[in-house]
Design a protein around this ligand. Structure first.
Ligand code: GTP
Ligand code: MG
Length: 307
């Protein structure tokens, strides 16, 4: 091998969640952050006016904060950076080069939400010790040998589609099903730890998106609705386990008590706090990618603290 620049693998954060929740929109918001310049929008009247020529821009800019998205079919990855000095004023919009702040780079990995394409996203979480992402699986051009360490999960949900008693409860049920699969996968990883060393924990942020919409539920209700629905799914699935004789004991390798049961064994109601038993932190924070609202700053801060 020739002496080339050593390749250091960046840590990664996975964007996961049901279709249409806003994962890809959020990725483009973060990616465009420092490049966003609303003044860059060309005024049709101004063209051909030599007196009004704009000074040449030294950096490429974009006039829209978020890209138009369509249903994702393949995962995609972008490289981002957060300031490492504890400067609370830096956001995803901060141009870290210009401020001279020390920065930490990481990969943000977008995944398709369609049920038939989820297997890929979930497969990242099944590693026995520390979950890794092979960039080659994400972009076929990169070398296969470099694996990125997964640091955090952002589960994006559409807060306007999670009403418990609205007509389209499909949103809540479908979202909770996927979240259940994600959490039980992480929990099983914890069970499969070898020796005394616990696997590196992967914290989960439930990003309650689209709070700009008046139909959106506040984050606290998103949380309680999801907890209630996860409890219902847990009950149904544990019944399925008993009926099929699975987990019923003898000779069934790895069927220790409570495995396959999400959260604290035997609890009546499910709450995210139960996941701490397995070293899995779950936090629900509201925000929005488009429109007026709390924005995405709190999500960015949460990610920055975990990469
Ligand atoms: P899949 O790729 O199918 O898994 O979906 P996704 O999660 O990537 O959703 P995407 O980012 O494509 O967003 C779906 C739609 O929701 C798009 O039309 C977005 O413009 C819209 N959207 C995303 N975020 C927000 C938001 O904060 N508020 C509103 N009102 N719309 C949003
Ligand atoms: Mg998408």
């Amino acid at each position: 091998f020739s002496a080339t620049t050593p390749y250091t693998t960046l840590p990664s954060v996975l964007l996961i969640g049901p279709p249409g929740a806003g994962k890809t929109a959020l990725l483009t918001l973060f990616e465009r952050g420092p490049l966003y310049n609303p003044d860059n929008r060309k005024e049709p009247d101004d063209q051909e006016n030599p007196d009004n020529e704009e000074p040449p821009l030294d950096k490429p800019t974009v006039a829209d904060p978020v890209a138009k998205t369509h249903t994702s079919q393949v995962p995609s990855t972008v490289e981002l950076a957060v300031a490492t000095d504890p400067n609370p004023s830096t956001t995803y919009r901060t141009d870290l080069d210009a401020t001279g702040a020390t920065a930490k780079k990481f990969l943000l990995v977008d995944t398709p939400g369609h049920p038939k394409l989820r297997r890929h996203a979930l497969s990242h979480l099944q590693g026995s010790s520390s979950p890794t992402i092979t960039p080659s699986a994400l972009s076929p051009s990169s070398s296969e040998t470099h694996k990125s360490k997964l640091k955090a999960l952002v589960f994006v949900v559409d807060a306007a589609a999670l009403g418990a008693d609205s007509d389209d409860t499909g949103g809540l049920a479908a979202t909770a099903e996927y979240l259940y699969d994600v959490l039980i996968t992480l929990q099983k990883r914890f069970h499969r730890r070898s020796g005394s060393r616990a696997p590196a924990s992967v914290p989960v942020l439930v990003a309650a998106n689209k709070l700009d919409l008046f139909t959106a539920l506040p984050a606290a209700l998103v949380k309680s609705n999801l907890e209630a629905e996860l409890g219902r799914i847990r009950k149904t699935r544990s019944k399925g386990l008993l009926d099929s004789g699975e987990g019923g004991g003898d000779g069934d390798a790895g069927a220790e008590e409570g495995e396959g049961w999400l959260g604290g064994y035997g609890t009546e109601k499910f709450s995210f706090k139960e996941m701490m038993e397995f070293d899995i932190e779950v936090e629900v924070i509201g925000g929005n990618v488009l429109g007026e609202g709390p924005g995405a700053d709190k999500w960015w801060k949460w990610i920055g603290e975990r990469v």
